[in-house]
Design a protein around this ligand. Structure first.
Ligand code: ZN
Ligand code: ZN
Length: 323
């Protein structure tokens, strides 16, 4: 097991896993915990930082950023994590900061790290559940796949759970304002890009933006459900919003420059692969000679970059043969 990438609590978990394997009959069962610690952006905005890796038994799927926003009247939860354990720990972490009721659970898109646990929050809080209008079609297509993926990577963390990627009861066609009490939040359905159902969560009064997976910062993105040239256009939209604080779906939060990593990676990927397609170069040769070595030490390069090259190559071909 690679220890160097793991944060403190996960390191302890890894040790416990080792210990439990070695002495399984002698030791008491240990508790699975994420040890979630919300980070304060302002008195009303918090985020929970995941590590830059793939979901695994060691990290319990805590490789995604989530957040919450507190108004005078109520609280909005942004993205859910994968499991009941994550949902319960996040709700407990919020309750330590505010006693105000949770009125909205918002998902930035339908990927399981962002949406899988939504039903647990709803059951506990009775909050409204909100997503991009296209997320219903996304769930119809991906529900079973998402569940299989989750069970494969996180069997201990999802033990006893059943598939339940419920459709949101409020669907945002384009834009919706929610007033949490002196705290207006704009939910913006940005359409295609990372998926067909991406949603931005924008707090204009604080120029703070939760981007979901439209922005990956310092971690190689997943393009499984993406359309890369469209995604680049959506990054331009994010860039034009004037956000001073940006919480990406993965990787560290920061200022306006937080968008630079993904913009450069995707535009380089697209330019490089399109050039091969335009030059009628065979895909095998393209994959072998594409380079982009400057990214090889970035988390999730191994496992994602190859797939991203193939995706870009195929989409460049579609564009070439286009409608
Ligand atoms: Zn995603
Ligand atoms: Zn994600």
């Amino acid at each position: 097991m690679t220890i160097t990438l793991l944060s403190g609590n996960i390191f302890i978990f890894a040790l416990l896993m080792t210990a439990s394997t070695a002495f399984s009959s002698a030791t008491a069962p240990f508790k699975l915990t994420y040890n979630l610690k919300p980070k304060k952006i302002s008195p009303s905005i918090y985020w929970l930082e995941g590590i830059n890796d793939y979901p695994s038994e060691a990290n319990g799927g805590n490789m995604v950023n989530t957040g919450f926003i507190i108004g005078d009247k109520s609280v909005m939860v942004i993205d859910t994590g994968w499991s009941k354990i994550y949902a319960e720990e996040k709700l407990a972490a919020i309750a330590k900061i505010t006693k105000k009721p949770i009125s909205h659970i918002v998902i930035t898109h339908g990927h399981p790290d962002h949406a899988m646990a939504a039903h647990h929050y709803i059951k506990k809080t009775g909050a409204k559940y909100v997503g991009n209008k296209n997320v219903v079609a996304f769930f119809e297509e991906k529900r079973e796949f998402s569940w299989r993926l989750a069970k494969r990577f996180l069997p201990s963390w999802l033990k006893g759970e059943k598939i339940d990627l419920t459709n949101p009861d409020i669907l945002v066609p384009e834009r919706m304002s929610v007033d949490l009490g002196n705290k207006v939040v704009e939910l913006i359905s940005i359409g295609g890009g990372h998926t067909d159902a991406d949603l931005l969560v924008w707090v204009p009064s604080e120029k703070t933006l939760f981007t979901g997976d439209i922005i990956f910062n310092k971690v190689i993105p997943a393009t499984r459900d993406a359309h890369i040239p469209t995604w680049l256009k959506k990054i331009d939209i994010v860039s034009s919003m004037g956000a001073m604080k940006i919480i990406p779906g993965h990787g560290p939060a920061g200022g306006p420059k937080t968008i630079n990593f993904i913009r450069r990676y995707l535009s380089t990927l697209w330019t490089v692969m399109k050039k091969f397609v335009d030059g009628d170069v065979d895909m095998v040769i393209a994959l072998e000679t594409a380079g982009m070595d400057e990214y090889k030490d970035i988390p999730r390069f191994k496992g994602s970059h190859g797939k991203n090259m193939i995706k870009a190559f195929q989409q460049a071909e579609w564009e070439l043969f286009g409608p």
